[in-house]
Design a binder for this molecule. Sequence first.
Ligand code: MG
Ligand code: MG
Length: 257
Amino acid sequence: MITIKNESQIEKMRRAGALLHSVLEALRAEIRPGVTTMHLDQMAERLIREAGGIPSFKGFEGFPYSICASVDDQVVHGFASHDRLRKGQLLSIDCGCILDGWQSDSAFSVLVGGGSAEAQKLIDVTEECFWLGASMARAGNHLGDISHAVQAHAEAHGYGVIRDLTGHGIGQEMHEDPNVPNYGTPGRGVRLQAGMTLAIEPMISMGTWKVRVLDNDWTIVTRDGSLASHYEHTVLVTDGEPEVLSFPGAKVSEAVR
Ligand code: MG
Ligand code: MG
């Protein structure tokens, strides 16, 4: 069942999104060679709890950390580690929080201390895929319009669109209906309504879209070992400009110009 949020519920999701955005920006500023993802994980948990929130990933179906920290060919669900990050690694950080009972979910990717132009291009195109997808999150459009916008842009660059994992509805639960695939057909799928809230999250690889799961039963890696990038925000469907709840002030229409 797809839940439609009313204005007071949306306001709570805005507050959860603002908290999550501030946490992710703090983590982003901390990323450099020599830092461990365990440090980033502890920092995320502390910042969320200090603000009165709950780190939603920690304990979710047994996941042990407050962030997913996925390096290089790891697509998503990487475990925090005591290994020191090295210059040029592609690090994806995914995090979620609950504030006053309402959820937010967001992710970004970055090159640790800078890196190759090719890897940066993958990161940039993944972000562009998000904004193009999010720009379709308008009442009257279909879910497939979001999915197709993501897929078309990624594939135009020769990248693989991960199919085994999708975005999702979000609200009082982290994962609600509907699934939001990163591939699809325009005009197909659920018709979008104002008040739907969706986590749109392109997961894009430099090679194949095929993935496998590591022995920890969580971490997803590309089957060919190619680099993967992830970018995600929690988005409110409206009758006009979509609102990116986990990125206060961001304007979808400006991002896709
Ligand atoms: Mg996420
Ligand atoms: Mg998500």
